[in-house]
Design a protein around this ligand. Structure first.
Ligand SMILES: [Zn+2]
Length: 252
């Protein structure tokens, strides 16, 4: 099977209430609106924990500035590469260049346009075009609009909710080009409150996670999910052994 992992930066579970697209996606997925990210609830530390399945105290990245790991842990992209499989990533936040090692990604698109509406469109279109023309075993697509609007206008503001809605439009467009042999995972790195995030408050720490595809029962609610479970789950779907250092658990 293949995996398409879509991360919506700063997407709070309560921003999804009453959203018709999300309700439909929940009925087709195993899901939780009560997964936990890691502390500090900051973008790069959370992404490092997602892809390396260890907490920040183990990988050592505690801010949005990357520092090399003292005791390196292979991440999801590294084990995909080492298994002779291919990964592609589509993103719009420069610091994510450090979530994989050089040479371990088949294709990278970093959208640098000024505004997040344009970046979201270009990241979405590039993901769709790549799946149609080449495809990969693992595709990671990062959608940054809600976090950007959260910082500028406030979490749960109209502008933030527009970013969430537009992200789900992107998710559905990407779904249209995925086949039955693909598991689509949708999640967030952290939430937010006021105009920021980073604390251990539930508004920052609780994230949604959806798993849609063959190994998962449609409409099933999951419990006790951590952001560190996503890499082991993706590895299991791809048929790759998880490194012994990984602390999260596979959900299949
Ligand atoms: Zn942020």
């Amino acid at each position: 099977m293949r995996v398409v992992l879509i991360l919506v930066d700063g997407m709070r579970p309560d921003a999804l209430e009453g959203n018709e697209k999300v309700s439909r996606f929940m009925s087709e997925s195993s899901w939780t609106l009560n997964a936990r990210t890691v502390f500090p609830s900051v973008t790069l530390p959370c992404h490092m924990s997602l892809f390396h399945s260890v907490p920040p105290e183990r990988h050592g990245i505690l801010t949005n500035t990357f520092t090399p790991m003292v005791r390196p842990v292979d991440g999801l992209f590294d084990i995909v590469h080492n298994s002779k499989k291919e990964a592609a990533i589509f993103y719009s936040w420069e610091q994510l260049r450090d979530i994989y090692r050089p040479g371990h990604i088949k294709h990278v698109l970093m959208a640098r346009e000024k505004t997040y509406d344009v970046r979201t469109e270009n990241v979405t279109r590039a993901t769709i075009d790549y799946i149609r023309e080449y495809n990969a075993d693992l595709i990671f697509t990062y959608l940054g609009w809600p976090d950007s609007s959260g910082h500028n206008y406030g979490w749960m503001s109209d502008e933030y909710m527009l970013g969430v809605e537009k992200s789900w439009e992107s998710i559905y467009r990407i779904l249209e080009v995925t086949d039955d042999d693909t598991c689509v995972i949708v999640t967030a790195d952290h939430g937010g409150h006021g105009r920021s995030h980073g604390t251990d408050a539930p508004e920052d720490m609780i994230i949604p996670a959806f798993f849609r595809g063959k190994p998962f029962s449609p409409g099933k609610e999951l419990d006790g999910v951590s952001i560190m479970d996503i890499a082991p789950t993706a590895a299991a779907i791809l048929g790759i052994d998880a490194p012994a250092e990984w602390e999260g658990k596979s959900l299949i």
